[in-house]
Design a protein around this ligand. Structure first.
Ligand code: CA
Length: 224
């Protein structure tokens, strides 16, 4: 799952990125409102959640929220506010934000809010995904095949979740990269193939019924 942060306090943006990456998210940040809105317009499909500070140079968070919703972009938005003022929260929610957090907040609280946003019904994201005898739980982050638990790294988990959300669909390396890695990775690296290879070993191993499939020259899919 990939997150965009629009936050002008660079230190905070960096520490959020670091903290969220430890939780398995891919994170990009931009430091002003105009750049943030541009990024959303061009690449909103790559992101699962936007985290937007309300007080930003060039364009404030309220305006970004209104613009995003006016373009029918439904990606969940969590706003950050420095002031614990009711009118700010009301205005943010009325502008199209889904939730807010008052600074300072803990990383734990932030990740709980993010998980809650991803569970929203309009996103239709179930917590338990199943493909044949493979079961993935997004809230406990556990994966089972034939009821046997399979320990995965955070990236492997993200990769498997992404494929399981699109069963039978071939996902290209590019799509996988865009979704699970931030801008620092270029599309010529073989990082996807390496993780995929490890994932297959763990999921399929010597099971006769292979679920993960390589489509030569295109990408990967999970067969239902
Ligand atoms: Ca600010």
């Amino acid at each position: 799952m990939r997150i965009l942060i629009i936050e002008d306090e660079e230190k905070l943006a960096q520490s959020l990125k670091k903290g969220l990456e430890k939780e398995g998210y891919a994170v990009d940040y931009v430091l002003d409102g105009e750049a943030g809105q541009r990024r959303i317009e061009v690449s909103h499909k790559d992101y699962d959640v936007f985290i937007i500070d309300l007080m930003l140079p060039k364009k404030d968070g309220f305006e970004i929220c209104r613009n995003v919703r006016a373009q029918d972009i439904i990606t969940p938005i969590l706003v950050l506010t420095a002031r614990d003022a009711t009118e700010d929260k009301v205005l943010a929610l009325d502008s199209g934000a889904d939730d807010y957090l008052v600074k300072p907040f803990s990383l734990q609280e932030l990740t709980a809010r993010i998980r809650a946003l991803m569970r929203r019904p309009e996103q239709t994201l179930p917590t338990e995904l199943m493909v044949k005898d493979l079961r993935l739980n997004t809230s406990t982050r556990k994966v089972y095949r034939q009821e046997r638990e399979i320990p995965l790294t955070l990236k492997e988990f993200g990769l498997l979740e992404y494929l399981m959300r699109h069963p039978n669909q071939v996902m290209t390396r590019e799509q996988i990269l865009d979704h699970l890695w931030d801008f620092a990775f270029d599309s010529f690296s073989n990082v996807v193939d390496v993780h995929m290879k490890n994932l297959r070993k763990k999921i399929d191993g010597d099971n006769n019924d292979k679920l993960l499939e390589t489509i030569r020259g295109v990408g990967y899919r999970i067969k239902r």
